[in-house]
Write a protein that binds this ligand. Structure first.
Ligand SMILES: Cc1cc2nc3c(=O)[nH]c(=O)nc-3n(C[C@H](O)[C@H](O)[C@H](O)COP(=O)(O)OP(=O)(O)OC[C@H]3O[C@@H](n4cnc5c(N)ncnc54)[C@H](O)[C@@H]3O)c2cc1C
Ligand code: FES
Length: 247
C-alpha cells in the first residue's frame, strides 16, 4: 500500500451522475480492495473510499457515483490533473473460496467492485444479477465476463422489472456474493444464512483514515466490532449481525 500523487488518465461521465476515473498504478490490487482518493482541487480534507472497478496492465479504473461534496469535486477533475491516491486497502475477496455455481448480486453503484471480481473468478458457472433504479451502466463489460447475466430495473426500462432480489433464488448456488444497498444485502444474507449457503458481502461505511486507526467505520459481528476499512470491506455474511425484520 502506498500514497501517490499521480496524473489522471481520464475521468469520464458514464451515465447520469456516474463517472469512471482512470489512473496508472503499479501494484496489482485484489478484487474487493479499495483506494482512498482526493483531488488536489477541492476544499475538502478527507479522501473518499472508492473500490477497484477494473485493473489491467497497470491501469486502474474506479467507478463512482457523485453523491456529495467530495465526489462532486472529484468529478470535476480533468485528464492530466493530479490526484492523491492511497491504497490498495482492505482485505478483498478470497477468490480461491469461490467455487462451483456462483451468484454475484449487485445493486446501484454497489456493482462497482463486482466487475474486477467477476474477471478473477475461475468458476465455469458464474451468474451475475445487476439491479438498477433506472439507467443501466457497465452491462456490456459484465456480459463478457460471466456465464449468465440478469438485468433488473425498478421501472422496467431495461431487463426485468422490480428489485434484483425478486429474481435470485439463492438456493441454486454454492456461494453468493453481494454489494449494494444495505436492505438488499441484508435480505440476501438472511436468505443465504437460512439455507446454509456461504455468502460474502462488501460493506460501505463512512471512512476517515482508511487504515484502521480512527475506529470510524466499525460494524458489529459475531466476534465483536470490526473495522470495515481494515478487517473488511468483505465479510462473511454469517459473521455479520443483521438487524431483525422489525428493526
Ligand atoms: C470500502 C468502500 C468502497 C466504496 N466504493 C465505492 C465505489 O466504488 N463507488 C462509489 O461511488 N462509492 C463507493 N463508496 C462510497 C463512497 O465512498 C461515498 O459515496 C463517498 O465517500 C461520499 O463522499 P461525498 O463527499 O461525495 O459525499 P458526502 O457529502 O460525504 O455524503 C453524501 C451522502 O453520501 C453518504 N455517504 C458518505 N460516505 C458514504 C459511504 N462511505 N458509504 C455510503 N454512503 C456514504 C452520506 O451519508 C450522504 O448521504 C465506497 C465506500 C466504501 C466505504
Ligand atoms: S476509517 Fe478509520 S478505522 Fe476505518
Amino acid at each position: 500500500m502506498k500514497t501517490e500523487i499521480t496524473k489522471i488518465l481520464g475521468n469520464n461521465l458514464i451515465c447520469d451522475n456516474i463517472f469512471e476515473i482512470v489512473v496508472a498504478i503499479d501494484i496489482r490490487p485484489l478484487p474487493g480492495q479499495f483506494y482512498m482518493i482526493k483531488g488536489l482541487n477541492g476544499d475538502y480534507l478527507l479522501p473518499r473510499p472508492i473500490s477497484v472497478h477494473d485493473y489491467e496492465d497497470g491501469v486502474l479504473k474506479l467507478l463512482y457515483r457523485v453523491s456529495g461534496h467530495g465526489t462532486n469535486q472529484i468529478s470535476r477533475l480533468k485528464k492530466g490533473d493530479n490526484i492523491q491516491i492511497f491504497g490498495p486497502l482492505g482485505n478483498g475477496f478470497d477468490v480461491k473460496l469461490l467455487k462451483g455455481k456462483i451468484a454475484v448480486i449487485g445493486g446501484g453503484i454497489g456493482i462497482a467492485p463486482l466487475l474486477y471480481l467477476a474477471k478473477n473468478i475461475e468458476s465455469q458457472n458464474l451468474n451475475i444479477y445487476l439491479g438498477y433504479k433506472d439507467d443501466t451502466f457497465c452491462v456490456e463489460s459484465f456480459e463478457v465476463n460471466c456465464d449468465k447475466l440478469t438485468i433488473v430495473t425498478e421501472n422496467g426500462c431495461a431487463g426485468k422489472k422490480g428489485y434484483v432480489t425478486d429474481f435470485v433464488n439463492v438456493g441454486e448456488f454454492d456461494t453468493v456474493i453481494t454489494c449494494g444497498p444495505d436492505m438488499m444485502m441484508e435480505k440476501i444474507i438472511r436468505e443465504c444464512v437460512e439455507k446454509n449457503i456461504p455468502v460474502y458481502a462488501s460493506l460501505e461505511k463512512r471512512m476517515a483514515c482508511g487504515i484502521g486507526a480512527c475506529l470510524g467505520c466499525v460494524v458489529s459481528t459475531i466476534d465483536g466490532n470490526k473495522r470495515v476499512c481494515k478487517d473488511g470491506p468483505v465479510f462473511s455474511g454469517r459473521d455479520l449481525m443483521i438487524r431483525s425484520e422489525n428493526g
